[in-house]
Design a protein around this ligand. Sequence first.
Ligand code: SF4
Length: 456
Amino acid sequence: MKNLQFFNAKLLSKYNVSGPRYTSYPTALEFTEKFDNDELNKAIKNSPNNGLSLYVHIPFCHRLCYYCGCNKVVTRQQGKTETYLAFLEKEIRSRAEYFKDYTIKQMHWGGGTPTFLSYQQISHLVSLLKANFNLADDAEISIEVDPREIELEMADHLRSVGFNRISIGVQDIDPKVQKAINREQSTDFICALIERAKDVGFKSINIDLIYGLPFQSVASFSKTLDKVKEMDPHRISLFSYAHLPSRFSSQRKLRDEWLPNVEQKFALMKHSIETLCSFGYEFIGMDHFAKPDDELAVAQREGVLHRNFQGYTTLGECDLLGLGVSSISAIGNAYSQNKKELKAYYQAVDAAGHAVEKGLTLNQDDLIRGAVIHQLMCNLYLDKEQINDQYNIDFDSYFTDEIQQLKTFIDDDLLVNTNQYIKIDQAGRLLVRNICMSFDAYMKAQVSQQRFSRVI
Ligand code: SF4
């Protein structure tokens, strides 16, 4: 990236308020229990799409990382997985009936820790999914891997059953940081795992990093970034640690005085972005990096990047079916979420073959605002004419108040608003969430704002 002009400390601190990451609009906080499985089935029936992205949630983890905000069950009892897989199988079989006309273009296993499962369980679950859904030959099949409890042979096994993308949680290689977050792991093993994954033919390797963790400094995190260069992954996700101890009790183990303050966190972010760009990665969206020839980088350059609950993707026009406890689906004009507690999930699947707990059927206004936010989040650009044609509105009349709210960003040279388009400047890139909040009709409820992490 030639011009890293998005680091204006004054502006970043001016706009450093809580805000959603907009993996969906409306966000999951707006889901209600009025939504039920009949509404989801109606949405499946009416959806114009026939491409499907599958998300499979495996909730188990061997140990608790204190920073974690995921839905997981920490246990040493391997036996728990058998029960879980039995109910997951029931859910898969009953859901698959409704997706006979779909082709699976993408499948992702997340958690928790998908590699908590044994080789044999992984093979069985892959076969089950292949038997019940139409998996495209060239589908992207990805999995999140926790490098602490596996052997190198796991890479061979995953590749042999069809996974072609792998994502590894690195976070930070500094032993002091790892001890504080209760995630001690071997950097040598991670390097060997990446080598092995490349050797056995994984098409894409992603690593996750987190800044804002206890005891991190620019000097210490530089060592992590240098190691990442050696690892040479195709993609990197760089997340800002969101300290929300009132929501996630394990985060209370991370004392406030251990955490970088706002200025230090800003310096960490700036240094990380500059360093990764200097290594030749392209900055994707708000928090991803990819090699210039990676599909994400190409899609961003061509203005066709998309975003779903798993983050940025090249696949648009795909419905998303979530399977397993707490998983989220986005189908046609509806969102739905499964029950979050294992026991409730088991009971619901046992009784009805599904575990829908809540969701939302989008109204026309949600759809219009969702399309606007999606365009801005993914491509930092909005074609007003396209929205007008698609939704039969006049953009500037429909969004009179919202355009007024954009004035502050225009005055700060963060975006340009013309009769034809809205374009977010490089200087506004890190503040895209704030800009999108102007179009969020639910943001007016102040209560919701407290539930989100700060933008930086
Ligand atoms: S960060 Fe990952 S491995 Fe750690 S507790 Fe959370 S889900 Fe489990």
